[in-house]
Design a protein around this ligand. Structure first.
Ligand code: ADP
Ligand code: MG
Length: 344
């Protein structure tokens, strides 16, 4: 109910933890002991364990004026799942730590955990612990994810070899434009709170921004076809920056082709409306949480029929640099940020 508000200090820390625990369930055999003791007990069943943490700070990573709390909870889990997928591993458990101020009611924290538990269902993972503390101002959420894989299946950033194909899952640039739409609506709303925006035509972009998915579906497909990418990374900061990470760690160069970069029709249309090139959104926008990976051409043959993967270029010798060949056949050296060839 929108108008009922229960203060968090009515429950206290332990009451809040009990509230969180009451909705918790264990889905996986790899979880022996979940919330309720000094530590969780995990059973990796002979596999390699991978782990990663991401912290989200109100005002820095999210803005609650246009981010529903359920979506925030879901996204906090999805971006961590994405890091595990990028290692070619499967997420199994998470811990979630929160710092909350008295600005937040119990109902608000319930909504946050509704999103967290929805993500646990979607990715078949268990919430096995965390920490709860007070904050003087905003909301801070830190998620740690634990994933499993096998030694010979791990994809590091460092394994790309000259001649490997460069591919991406899904399409790029949508999440960045979704954010631009939300920011524009926020300004309009401030000027006129009665304004009722019709955001139907932007739905795809806004959903990509507010409710991204970690691509564990693709990790299952890789396993199904027996393919291990030579290098992989998730696209959190934009294609250019992620490709540069792979090239640096692998000691190689690369060429990608502008024409090949997968861009959704809506991204194309709305990028024109915002007067930004869709290529710039894909290269520098970020938050798409798609996967960028490399693999030998004969391995690519085994998965090229999958509809949501696109080859965008080729790994080269380091001396050849990291370039994008534009639609007009110019080779442009890629930079992580501030690449403004298309902005002018
Ligand atoms: P400790 O004093 O050992 O830190 P806590 O009282 O903080 O213990 O936590 C008790 C249990 O509740 C532990 O299993 C902990 O992992 C879990 N827990 C605490 N906060 C959260 C949270 N925000 N989400 C999920 N589990 C939590
Ligand atoms: Mg604690």
């Amino acid at each position: 109910m929108a108008d009922s508000r229960t203060e968090l200090n009515q429950l206290g820390e332990f009451g809040l933890i009990e509230r969180i625990r009451a909705k918790n369930k264990t889905r996986r055999a790899e979880t022996l002991k979940s919330i309720g003791d000094d530590a969780a007990v995990l059973h990796p069943q002979g596999r390699e364990v991978v782990t990663s943490t991401d912290m989200l700070v109100e005002g820095i990573h999210f803005d609650l004026s246009y981010t529903p709390l359920q979506h925030l909870g879901y996204k906090a889990v999805a971006v961590n799942v994405s890091d595990i997928a990028a290692m070619n591993a499967f997420p199994v458990q998470i811990t979630v730590s929160i710092a909350v101020s008295n600005r937040f009611s119990l109902e608000a924290i319930d909504m946050l955990y509704d999103g967290i538990y929805a993500a646990c269902d979607a990715y078949n993972i268990d919430l096995v612990g965390g920490d709860t503390t007070a904050s003087t101002s905003g909301l801070i959420i830190s998620v740690t994810v634990i994933g499993l894989t096998e030694k010979d299946k791990i994809s590091f950033r460092s394994g790309a070899k000259p001649g490997d194909a460069i591919c991406v899952t899904g399409d790029l640039g949508a999440a960045f434009l979704g954010l631009q739409v939300l920011l524009r609506e926020k300004v309009t709303y401030k000027a006129n709170p009665d304004h009722q925006p019709d955001l139907t035509e932007y739905e795809y972009l806004i959903e990509k921004q507010l409710k991204p998915e970690g691509r564990t579906d693709f990790i299952h497909e890789l396993a199904e076809f027996g393919v291990v990418p030579s290098a992989m990374i998730d696209i959190s900061d934009g294609l250019a920056s992620e490709l540069l990470h792979i090239c640096k760690e692998s000691g190689v160069g690369a060429a990608i082709y502008e024409k090949q970069i997968p861009i959704h029709d809506t991204t194309m249309l709305v990028s024109e409306e915002f007067n930004i090139s869709a290529t710039t959104c894909a290269l520098n926008g970020g938050e798409d949480y798609e996967l960028l990976f490399t693999l030998p051409v004969e391995e690519f043959e085994k998965i090229k029929h999958l509809p949501h993967i696109t080859p965008i270029g080729i790994i080269r010798e380091k001396s050849e640099g990291v370039v994008m060949v534009t639609s007009t056949n110019e080779a442009i050296t890629l930079r992580a940020q501030g690449w403004n060839h298309f902005n002018g």
